[in-house]
Design a protein around this ligand. Structure first.
Ligand SMILES: [Zn+2]
Length: 271
């Protein structure tokens, strides 16, 4: 499994908004700017066959419009586009589409062939297809949010928390996965629906055989101190196999170029 970070930042960060692409075709979240970010790095949004959405905040969802336009302008998909997300997903897309490009939803939809898989945000759910088994877990955030466990046919096990405070589902995802991508909005403890680096390092300390990758970072989150916690940059790619993260020099956390500890901008933590 190839895990590519399109963006790793929170709203007021210099980093792009958090989203990730697996094997070039399974996209997790469609935040503001993510389709342009893919294009700029040579990734083709038309190659996305499965899209998981954690929640409907704009820094995770706003570019769903542009995913549809990328997929449906001048072409018709030859297979369904699978869209997995919280209950109300189809309605949210239609409303956002009508607000953004009035009257064009009806003509765009048939070209994209969306197949919505709406999962309960109180109990979670699951979906399987195209070589992946996806389980969704209820997270704790300002709005209903799902975290995901993604297992491929080779046995790679990836977890992705989405935005959440530390809740039982975070521990479940950490236990089920060999690599967990974690909301790490704050430098120390989390608050108001987000986690902080101190909590991620505590999770990692109890699970030394697993790796934890931080995302949704604010610019004042310092470099991790534990070897099994890695702070990716935008555009960084990792390989995961049945044994866990394939660690190479390229996948060692950064910490130099961003000026650790500098508080460049205030943090908006409610989103
Ligand atoms: Zn959010």
């Amino acid at each position: 499994m190839q895990l590519h970070f399109i963006g790793t930042g929170s709203i007021l960060s210099d980093r792009l908004s958090s989203s990730a692409l697996i094997d070039g075709k399974l996209l997790i979240d469609t935040p503001n700017g993510s389709m342009k970010a893919m294009r700029r790095t040579g990734l083709d949004p038309k190659q996305v066959d499965i899209c998981l959405i954690t929640h409907f905040h704009a820094d995770h969802f706003a570019d769903i419009i542009f995913l549809f336009l990328e997929q449906g302008i001048g072409r018709t998909r030859d297979s369904d586009l699978i869209l997995v997300g919280p209950t109300g997903f189809a309605d949210h897309v239609e409303q956002l589409f009508e607000l953004s490009y009035p009257g064009s939803w009806a003509s765009t939809r048939p070209h994209v062939r969306p197949q919505f898989v709406e999962l309960d945000t109180e109990h979670g759910g699951q979906w399987s297809g195209s070589g992946y088994h996806v389980r969704a877990y209820p997270m704790q955030h300002a709005v209903p949010t799902l975290g995901y466990s993604i297992v491929d046919e080779a046995g790679a096990r990836l977890g992705y928390t989405g935005d959440t405070s530390h809740c039982p589902s975070v521990d479940t995802l950490a236990d089920e996965s060999s690599v967990l991508v974690c909301d790490t909005t704050f430098p120390q403890q989390g608050r108001i629906g987000h986690m902080g680096l101190a909590e991620i390092e505590e999770l990692a300390g109890r699970r030394p055989g697993k790796h934890f990758l931080t995302t949704h970072l604010s610019d004042d989150v310092p470099a991790p101190s534990r070897p099994n916690v890695i702070r990716p940059d935008d555009g960084q790619t990792f390989t995961i196999n049945a044994h866990g993260l394939v660690v190479s020099d390229k996948s060692v956390g950064d910490g130099k170029e961003r000026g650790d500890g500098q508080h460049k901008k205030p943090v908006l933590g409610i989103l």
